[in-house]
Structure formats: structure tokens, C-alpha cells
Design a protein around this ligand. Structure first.
Ligand SMILES: Nc1nc2c(ncn2[C@@H]2O[C@H](COP(=O)(O)OP(=O)(O)OP(=O)(O)O)[C@@H](O)[C@H]2O)c(=O)[nH]1
Ligand SMILES: [Mg+2]
Length: 367
């Protein structure tokens, strides 16, 4: 009797505890699936990124992590290759062994803002070379991953540019013209670069050649005050080329190493402003024309850069805002399509947030 009661009670407790567990488990599954759903939403908002960026950042900050998740890039050997891998030291891959992997790779590149034609070209090239490779059967996955990065690095190779040695070995003053679209970070980058050069014993003077945007001169003045840098300015509406000219003369008179010319942000489609930029370049005759662009501008950035390059000629890039959720694939397109070096990347809003560009770090974010 007592035993029967005990058994019933134990069954009852069992049922109760199962009931209590069931909904919890459902919840857990939902939470685990959440990042995938968010990833999908993010993929949808990636297209109009430049305009949606501010709103998107405010509303769904927690998606930063899923965005940094990487797709799995590895070959999936089909039966014939699998058998060969057991009996041979080296094997060659078949197209079917890497088809899914290449699809994932292309998606990874597109999601990281690499433009479509570049992503396709990269994948074609990787396919061609991987199919021709003799691959050690012991470590097919490791070999393929390493090889993909190696091929990508090679496809994006540009001439190396060591800005500091370039400045040190040039005649004084070394003149740098900063140009690019609105809000990309030109002015902030000038301030950051000044700090970096100062650490190398190089002095700078600034030309406030953005005489166009309201408060642009005050913005530069504020940085100049904080960093104790000489600033040459005229009034709003003045000829930006004349400001640059005066700054160069002042640098010559005071034996200053570098002249940094800040210009107004402009769209490549605005002919008048592009003509104005040409005039500044003619008058200042810069040693270096640096295009400053933001990492998440995506496909737009490559088109913009091409147009600026056609009109004025770009020597190098500085890509900003890599501290945001941008993976930086834009740079892969830039490097591949324009073949100009990225001299620095911007990684925040503080003066110290300017770092040398390292292609491997960008590839690591994507693959
Ligand atoms: N998070 C982040 N913000 C940056 C970076 N570089 C610049 N910014 C911010 O981007 C905004 C625009 O920077 P500016 O330096 O004024 O850009 P600009 O290209 O001079 O803009 P215009 O003169 O209006 O064309 C500022 O709020 C900067 O602090 C960066 O690397 N990371
Ligand atoms: Mg500016």
C-alpha cells in the first residue's frame, strides 16, 4: 500500500517536472535561432546601407555579433575523392568537391560588401587554381583555407606605400590633398595623421580648404587648438586653392614637414565641385592625393573612387570606420579594381584610432 502510494507520488512529480521543463526548452531553441533570423534581417538591410546606417545602428545594436560570424568555408569531398584521399598522399579536387564551398565563399564576400563582379572573379580564380593544385590528403581542409587566402592576397596585391619614409625622403614640405565624399572622415583623419606623424618627429600645417560646408573651419580650428597645430584659413566662400597655396608658403617659410589640405566633401557627380578640386590640385601640386572613404559605403565606394580617380587621380586610400560593423570587404574591391594602396584604416573617433592596413586582418574578418 505504502509502496503503491510512493510510486504514484513519484510518477506525479515526474510529470510535473516534465511539464515545467517543456516550455523552457522551446524558449531555448528560439533564442538559439534568433541570431539566424537577425542575420537574415541584416542581409536585407545591407543594400541601402549608407543611408540606413544611422537608423540601423540605433535600433538593433545587438546584431553586431551575428554580423561578425563567419560562414564555413571548407570543401565537401564526394565519394571518388574521399576514396582517393584514403589511398594517396596527394589528391586533386573535382569541381563537385568545392562547388558548395565556392558558393559559401561568394556569399561571404558579398555579405562583407565586396562587389558582385569582384566576388565572382575571386571565386572563379580560386576555383581554377584549386582544381589545378596537388593537395596533401592528410590536411585538405587546412590546405584549401590557406590557399584561398593566399590567392586573394595575390589578387589584391598593390604597390606598397610607406608614407612615413616617403615623407622623410621627400623635399619639404610634403603636400597631401585629402578628398572624398561627405562625412567620410577626411577632417578627422587629418587630425589623426598629424598625431601619428608627430610621433615620428614630423611637423604639420593644415589648410582649411573646405570653405564650403558650414562650421567646417571651426571644426578644423578646434582640432588645431587641441593638437597645437598651425592652421591656415580664409573666410567661408573663399577660393580653396588660395588657402592651400598660402598654407604651402607658410610651411616653406617655417620649415614645416607636411601640409595637409582639407577639402569639402563632395559627390563624384557634382561637376562644379569636382572642377574646384581639380583647381586645388593644380595650384597645390600635391605629392599625394588620398581618397578617404568609409568602410560600409559598399559598392558605392568603388564607383565613387573610380570617378574621383578619373577626374583628379588618386594615389592611395584611407578607409575609415572599421570599428563599426563593416567587415571591410569594400577594401578588397577597391584594391582589386583600382590597384592603389590603402595606407591606413580608421578604427574609431579618437586621435589614436589610425592604424596601418593589414590585408590579413581583413581577410580574417571575412573567411
Ligand atoms: N567610428 C568612427 N567614426 C569616425 C571615423 N573617422 C571619422 N569618424 C567620424 O565620422 C564623422 C565625420 O567625420 P569628418 O572628419 O567630419 O568627415 P569629413 O569627411 O571631413 O566630412 P565633410 O567635411 O562633411 O565632408 C565624425 O563624427 C567623425 O568622428 C572612424 O574611423 N570611426
Ligand atoms: Mg571635413
Amino acid at each position: 500500500m505504502f509502496n503503491l502510494l510512493k510510486k504514484k507520488l513519484s510518477n506525479f512529480v515526474d510529470k510535473l517536472s516534465k511539464k515545467a521543463k517543456a516550455p523552457k526548452q522551446e524558449k531555448l531553441e528560439q533564442v538559439e535561432q534568433a541570431p539566424k533570423q537577425i542575420s537574415k534581417q541584416v542581409a536585407q538591410v545591407q543594400e541601402p546601407r549608407a543611408s540606413a546606417e544611422r537608423k540601423y545602428k540605433k535600433e538593433i545594436i545587438p546584431v553586431e555579433k551575428p554580423l561578425l560570424e563567419k560562414r564555413e568555408i571548407k570543401p565537401e569531398l564526394k565519394a571518388p575523392s574521399k576514396i582517393k584521399a584514403v589511398f594517396r598522399k596527394e589528391i586533386t579536387l573535382k569541381e563537385s568537391d568545392i562547388a558548395d564551398m565556392l558558393f559559401e565563399l561568394e556569399l561571404s564576400l558579398l555579405e562583407a560588401d565586396v562587389n558582385e563582379s569582384t566576388a565572382k572573379h575571386f571565386c572563379e580564380e580560386i576555383k581554377k587554381r584549386l582544381l589545378a593544385d596537388k593537395i596533401p590528403a592528410k590536411d585538405i581542409e587546412g590546405f584549401v583555407k590557406k590557399r584561398i587566402k593566399e590567392i586573394l592576397r595575390e589578387l589584391m596585391q598593390t604597390e606598397q606605400m610607406d608614407l612615413i619614409s616617403m615623407i622623410k625622403s621627400s623635399e619639404k614640405p610634403f603636400k597631401i590633398l585629402f578628398l572624398g565624399p561627405n562625412g567620410a572622415g577626411k577632417t578627422t583623419t587629418i587630425a589623426k595623421l598629424t598625431v601619428l606623424l608627430r610621433e615620428q618627429g614630423l611637423s604639420s600645417i593644415w589648410a582649411a580648404s573646405d570653405t564650403f560646408r558650414a562650421a567646417s573651419i571651426e571644426q578644423l580650428e578646434e582640432h588645431a587648438k587641441r593638437l597645437n597645430v598651425r592652421l591656415v584659413k580664409h573666410n567661408y566662400g573663399a577660393d580653396p586653392a588660395a588657402v592651400a597655396f598660402d598654407a604651402i608658403s607658410a610651411a616653406k617659410n617655417s620649415n614645416i614637414d607636411v601640409v595637409m589640405i582639407d577639402t569639402a566633401g563632395r559627390q563624384e557627380t557634382n561637376r562644379n565641385l569636382i572642377e574646384e578640386l581639380k583647381k586645388i590640385a593644380r595650384v597645390a601640386d600635391p605629392d599625394l592625393k588620398i581618397f578617404v572613404g568609409e568602410a560600409f559605403a559598399g559598392k558605392n565606394l568603388v564607383e565613387q573612387a573610380k570617378q574621383f580617380d578619373d577626374a583628379i587621380g588618386i594615389d592611395a586610400f584611407i578607409i575609415t570606420k572599421l570599428d563599426t560593423d563593416a567587415k571591410g570587404g569594400t577594401m578588397l574591391s577597391l584594391l582589386h579594381e583600382l590597384k592603389k594602396p590603402v595606407v591606413f584604416i580608421g578604427t574609431g573617433q579618437a586621435y589614436k584610432d589610425l592604424q596601418p592596413f593589414n590585408i590579413d586582418e581583413i581577410l580574417e574578418r571575412i573567411i
